[in-house]
Design a protein around this ligand. Structure first.
Ligand code: SAH
Ligand code: F3S
Length: 447
C-alpha cells in the first residue's frame, strides 16, 4: 500500500477536489492517506492562485519537499490546482524534481498518470480542460458527515478584471441534473441531511436534457434537490448577482429547506469601481436583489466578498463601500487586499494609492464587518435555533452543529444526536461560536 500525503490550499472547491483525489487513489491505486509528509510515498500539493504570491508559495513548499527525495528515491511529487493550471510545464522547468503536474479538470487522471510514471519515469504534465470527464471517474461518494458538498458546475465565464479563475478553471460547464440528483439521493440514503451545492457561479447552472427537450436552471435544480427525502437543509456557494433572477427569488418563497443565509459577493460599494472591475452590475441592481430577497424571506442574512485597494480606488469610492456595508448590514464576510494576478486586465490599470493606505482601509472595513457580525450573533441570544448536529467534542459531553445562519453552536448532548436536527436555546455568544442549551430533538418531544 502506498502512502499519500495531500496538502490543500484555497477554496471550498479545492477541498472538494482533494476529497475526490483521495477517493480515487484509495480505490484505484490501493493508497492510504498519511498525515506525515516525511513517511509518504506520494506527495500532492493542490494549489490556489487567487491572491498573493501564489507561485512563490508553491515553489517554497516544493523546495521543502525536495529534501525528502534525498532519503527516498521513489518518492513522487505531484502539483495540481490553479497554480499548476496557470504555470504548466514551467513547474517542471523550475522544479525538475516534480514528477506530475495536473489541473483542476484533470486530477481524475492521476491514477493513469501514476501508472505511466512508474513505467517511464518521465515527468507528466496534463493541465487540459476535458469537459465533465472527471465526474464519470469518481467512485461513489461516501460521506462521513451529515453535511455534504456536491459540485454542480465548474468554471466561470464572467472574467471580472481582477480574477484568474476563468483562466485556471476554464469556462462554465454544468453537470447533468440527473447525475447530481442521483448522487444526492445516495448521500441521503447514507444519512446526509444537509447539502451544499458548489460551483464558481452556481446560478449560471444550466442543463439541457435532450430526451425531454427541457432546460434545467438552478432554480429548477434547487426544487428537485428539496424534493429528496432526508435532505432537510440546502445551501449553495457561490452565486453571482448578475444571474440572481426572479425565478431564484421564488424558490426562497416556496422552499423552506433552502437556508435563510446567502453569500452574494459584491466586491465594492462604488459603481465606478464595479465598472472598472467589469462586474456587469451596479449597486442599485444589487440592492434590488436584496430587497426582493428580504420580501421573500424577512429573516435572511447576507454575507459578501469585498476587495479593498482595487487600482484607482479613491477615498470616496472606499467610503461608498463602507456606507453600503452598513446599509445592507452584511453579516460575517470575506475581505481582501487587491492582488494583481498575472495576465488579468486589472494589472494594466493605473494605481497611485499607497500600500499603507490600502492596508489601513482593509483594517477599517474588517472592523466594521466584525462589529456587524457580532451584533447579528448577539441578536440571537435567547432565541431558539434549529441546529444540525455534526460533531461530538473532545470532552465527550458537548456536541456542536450549525444554525441556519451558519453559526457554530456548542451545547451539552450525546453522540446519538449526530445527524439530527435539534432545537437549541442560545445562551452565550462570542466571536467564534455560540453556546446553547438543548431543548428538543427531532422525533423526541420535550427533553
Ligand atoms: N465566484 C467565485 C469567486 C472566486 S474568488 C467563488 O467560487 O467563490 C473568491 C473571492 O476572492 C472573490 O469574490 C474576490 O473577492 C476575491 N478575489 C478574487 N480575485 C482577487 C484578487 N485578484 N485580489 C483580491 N481578491 C480577489
Ligand atoms: Fe472570478 Fe468574477 Fe468569476 S470573481 S470566479 S471572474 S464571477
Amino acid at each position: 500500500m502506498k502512502k499519500v500525503y495531500i496538502k490543500t490550499w484555497g477554496c471550498q472547491m479545492n477541498e472538494y477536489d482533494s476529497s475526490k483525489i483521495v477517493d480515487l487513489l484509495q480505490k484505484n491505486q490501493n493508497c492510504i492517506i498519511t498525515k506525515e509528509s516525511s513517511n509518504a510515498d506520494i506527495l500532492l500539493l493542490n494549489t490556489c492562485s487567487i491572491r498573493e504570491k501564489a507561485q512563490e508559495k508553491v515553489f517554497h513548499q516544493l523546495g521543502r519537499w525536495k529534501h525528502l527525495k534525498k532519503n527516498n528515491n521513489n518518492l513522487i511529487i505531484g502539483v495540481g490546482g490553479c497554480v499548476a493550471s496557470q504555470e504548466g510545464e514551467y513547474i517542471i522547468e523550475r522544479a525538475p524534481y516534480v514528477d506530475i503536474v495536473f489541473g483542476p479538470q484533470t486530477f481524475h487522471r492521476l491514477p493513469e498518470m501514476l501508472n505511466k510514471f512508474y513505467k517511464t519515469k518521465n515527468a507528466i504534465v496534463d493541465v487540459s480542460f476535458p469537459k465533465l470527464e472527471k465526474f464519470k471517474s469518481f467512485p461513489k461518494t461516501i460521506s462521513h458527515s451529515p453535511s455534504a458538498y456536491i459540485s454542480i458546475m465548474e468554471g466561470c465565464n464572467k472574467y471580472c478584471a481582477f480574477c484568474i479563475v476563468p483562466y485556471t478553471r476554464g469556462e462554465e460547464v454544468s453537470r447533468p441534473s440527473i447525475d447530481i440528483l442521483l448522487e444526492i439521493s445516495e448521500l441521503a440514503a447514507q444519512g446526509v441531511r444537509e447539502i451544499t451545492l458548489l460551483g464558481q457561479n452556481v446560478n449560471a447552472y444550466r442543463w439541457f436534457d435532450e430526451k425531454s427537450g427541457k432546460i434545467y436552471t438552478f432554480a429548477n435544480l434547487l426544487r428537485l434537490v428539496a424534493s429528496i427525502t432526508g435532505i432537510d437543509r440546502i445551501r449553495f456557494i457561490t452565486s453571482h448577482p448578475i444571474e440572481f433572477k426572479d425565478d431564484l427569488i421564488e424558490v426562497y418563497k416556496d422552499t423552506p429547506k433552502l437556508a435563510s443565509f446567502l453569500h452574494l459577493p459584491v466586491q465594492s460599494g462604488s459603481d465606478r469601481i464595479l465598472n472598472l472591475m467589469k462586474r456587469s452590475h451596479t449597486i442599485s441592481y444589487y440592492k434590488s436583489i436584496i430587497e426582493k430577497l428580504t420580501k421573500a424571506r424577512p429573516n435572511i442574512q447576507i454575507s459578501s466578498d469585498f476587495i479593498v485597494g482595487f487600482p484607482g480606488e479613491t477615498k470616496y469610492d472606499f467610503d461608498q463601500t463602507i456606507n453600503f456595508i452598513s446599509e445592507i448590514n452584511f453579516d460575517m464576510s470575506f475581505s481582501f487586499l487587491y492582488s494583481p494576478r498575472p495576465g488579468t486586465p486589472a494589472t494594466y490599470l493605473p494605481d497611485k494609492v499607497k500600500e499603507e493606505e490600502k492596508k489601513y482601509r482593509l483594517y477599517i472595513l474588517q472592523n466594521i464587518i466584525n462589529k456587524q457580525a457580532k451584533q447579528w450573533s448577539e441578536k440571537m441570544l435567547g432565541t431558539i435555533q434549529r441546529v444540525l448536529v455534526d460533531k461530538i467534542l473532545h470532552d465527550n459531553e458537548s456536541i456542536s452543529g450549525k444554525t441556519e445562519n451558519n453559526r457554530v453552536v456548542v451545547f451539552n448532548g450525546s453522540s446519538n444526536n449526530i445527524g439530527k436536527f435539534v432545537d437549541v436555546k442560545i445562551t452565550d455568544s462570542n466571536i467564534h461560536f455560540l453556546k446553547g442549551k438543548l431543548i428538543n430533538v427531532e422525533n423526541d418531544i420535550n427533553l
